[in-house]
Structure formats: C-alpha cells, structure tokens
Ligand binder design. Structure first.
Ligand SMILES: C[S@@+](CC[C@H](N)C(=O)[O-])C[C@H]1O[C@@H](n2cnc3c(N)ncnc32)[C@H](O)[C@@H]1O
Length: 354
C-alpha cells in the first residue's frame, strides 16, 4: 500500500529513517513529505509509534494529469471508496488555471458518483480526503491521523515558546543518544526531556485519538493487536531538565508526570550548569531566541556565557541545539547543521562537539 507522511521541512530524512524502523520501504522524499510503501495495517503502527511525522495518509492515486477532467477520471478509476461523510482538502503548488477549491469540488463530485453511501460534510466529517497538486502530479488519499501527531496530548501545562514535539523528537534522533546522561538546560515545559524519555522507552502516542477510527474500514481487532504488540523497554534513562524560571519547572514536572516519564527537573541557570550536573554525555536544547522573549543583545550575552560554561566544564559533550542564530558555530566543532522551517521562522539545528 502507498502512504504519504508529512513532516517539518528539513527533517524528511529523519522521518524516513524512523518510518523505516517501523517497517516502511521504497521511499521518495519531497519537500516536507515522504512517500513510501507499507503493509495494509501500517497506518495503525505509524500513528501509534511515529514521533517525527505529522500525519499518515493512505494514497489511492499518484498520477500525472493535465486538466480537471483528468483528475475526475483518476478519482473514478481509483480504489478509494468508503461509507459515511467526507470533506476534501487540496494543497496545490505550481501554476494552474484552476484553484484548490475547483479540485475539491471535482473530487467530491467523483466520490459521490462512485461511492453510494457517502455524503459531503465540511465540518467534522468521518473521512478527510486529502489531495496534492504538485505541478503536473496529482495525489489522492485519506487521512488516518486527524489532528497533527505533534499534538501528543501529554502537554497539560503550556509554555509561551514551547518546542514542537516532532522537532524535539527529531533532535533526539540527530543527537544519536542511546545511553548516558542527556540534559536540556533550557527545558521550559519539558518537551525535549519528555520526548527523550519516550524515545528511550519506546512509549507510543497514547494520550490522543486518531482519525482512522471513523473510517468505515477501521478494524478494531487489528488496532487492539497493534497496541498489544508494543513493548516498552525496561530500565530507566538518565534524563534531566533545568530552567531558570521556577514556574516553568513546576509546569514541566506536571507535564512529565502526565507523560508517565521519570525525569529529574530542577531550577538552574544554564551558564552555571555544572552546579546542577556534571559528566553529561548529551545536551539537547532549545534556548531562548531573543525574538519573542527578551532582546537580541541580552540573548547573545546569554549564548556567550553558556558557551563559556560548556567549554570550561563539558568538554567532549555532544550538543544538539535549535536556534536561528549562528553564534554556536563560532565556538564549537559543527558535526552537522540543517535548516528547518518552524512555522514562519527559519531556524537551524546544529549538532556540535563541545
Ligand atoms: C525556548 S524556551 C524552551 C521551551 C521548551 N523547549 C519547551 O518546549 O517548553 C527557553 C527557556 O529558557 C529559559 N531560560 C532563559 N534564560 C535561561 C538561563 N539563563 N538558564 C536557564 N534557562 C533559561 C526560559 O525560562 C525558557 O523556559
């Protein structure tokens, strides 16, 4: 079966590697998208376990087209059929003499024609039909996820600049951490430590629901079997989170507890990290950017002081950091750098050796 998953631009290879470990194969990478093959039950497993993708879509057609008539023909010839209500959303890239709304309408028309037990419902339908028009390529599928997978459901306490959990999970993978001490010295609401803990233990996405439950071919037995097949790793990892703000540490502790994680959280300034912990193997972190919180000058001073602390007390540690600034490039050996588009913000993920 053909699938499409979306992820953050710049993290496609990380998502591909995770999907591979879950059993997917034959990958094609596009900007922010991965197309691949998996068995007919793969979507249960991917939604439950994947941490570096936003969505799992079953693809029913992937074909070149010239006009709207072709699109209608492709939909009519596809195997896509289901019972219940549906809505159509199209993402269009390229120059065309029609709009996404025209495409939605033509797909809707074709589906009503070929599947007798369906009805259009724009608000909260049973099935979300998703289409992509990428220049002359047309892709048609149905969403099995619902709200994006980055919404894990464990975050009961919010943070004004919390990190997207898909990015956090990808940073953990980039770090290469499997064992040893992992610390986030700017942990805010705890996203990075929680994602690290879940990655270590193999904890699934169990705080949320999935759209596949409302699709007419949902197989409850298969879903239960998928959940039972997940084995949580024994043993506890060494994961720590610190933040200079007491209220964020309290929030992080509540999120950690909700996420069934065992993480040591404490108050502390990153510029004096050694007072809280030593012999750190990995630092994975998301320091303030100085865009929304505080100003640039203050932030650069913080980066300088933090870099000095690392140099003096954490030589040899691997650090993965997300920031829009280049500062750390000048202080440490850059093992890897990638650009990621994070909402409107262009940020960089660095893997550095202190
Ligand atoms: C971008 S936020 C981190 C958000 C976090 N990744 C999350 O998902 O909630 C940066 C955090 O750094 C903290 N911070 C600012 N200056 C600090 C310092 N000198 N030492 C430690 N933490 C600091 C802020 O309180 C804030 O919570």
């Amino acid at each position: 079966m053909l699938y499409l998953s979306t992820t953050m631009k710049g993290l496609e290879d990380i998502a591909m590697n995770e999907l591979k470990t879950l059993g997917a194969k034959d990958f094609k990478i596009m900007e922010g998208k991965i197309i691949y093959h998996g068995n007919e039950h793969f979507f249960y497993r991917a939604n439950y376990l994947a941490k570096t993708i936003n969505r799992v879509v079953i693809i029913f057609s992937m074909e070149n087209f010239e006009n709207l008539k072709d699109i209608k023909r492709i939909v009519l010839n596809s195997d896509l059929c289901f019972k219940g209500t549906f809505g159509v959303t199209t993402e269009r890239h390229g120059k065309h003499n029609f709009t996404s709304i025209d495409v939605n309408a033509i797909i809707g028309e074709a589906l009503l024609q070929k599947c007798p037990d369906t009805k259009v419902k724009l608000d909260d339908p049973d099935v979300r039909v998703l289409a992509w028009i990428l220049d002359s390529l047309f892709l048609l599928g149905i969403d099995t996820t619902g709200i994006s997978l980055h919404r894990r459901g464990y975050r009961i306490k919010k943070h004004p600049t919390s990190l997207n959990s898909v990015i956090a999970a990808s940073m953990i993978r980039i770090s290469g951490w499997r064992k040893g001490i992992l610390v986030d010295p700017f942990c805010g609401s705890g996203t990075i430590p929680i994602e690290a803990y879940h990655a270590f233990k193999g904890i699934p996405n169990m705080w949320r629901d999935f759209a596949f439950k409302r699709i007419s071919f949902f197989d409850e037995e298969r879903w239960e079997k998928t959940k039972r097949s997940v084995k949580i790793k024994r043993g506890e990892p060494d994961v720590y989170g610190f933040d200079s703000e007491k209220k964020y540490i309290q929030n992080a502790m509540e999120n950690v507890s909700r996420a069934n994680a065992k993480i040591i959280c404490g108050k502390g300034r990153a510029e004096e990290l050694h007072k809280n912990i030593r012999n750190v193997d990995y630092i994975v972190t998301n320091p303030p950017y100085g865009l929304r919180m505080g100003n640039r000058k203050k932030i650069f001073k913080l980066y300088e002081d933090f870099a000095r602390e690392l140099e003096e007390n954490f030589s040899g540690t691997i650090m993965v950091v997300i920031t829009p600034h280049k500062k750390f490039e000048y202080y440490f050996d850059v093992l890897e750098m990638r650009n990621v588009l994070y909402g409107e913000l262009k940020a960089r993920i660095y893997k550095l050796k202190i």
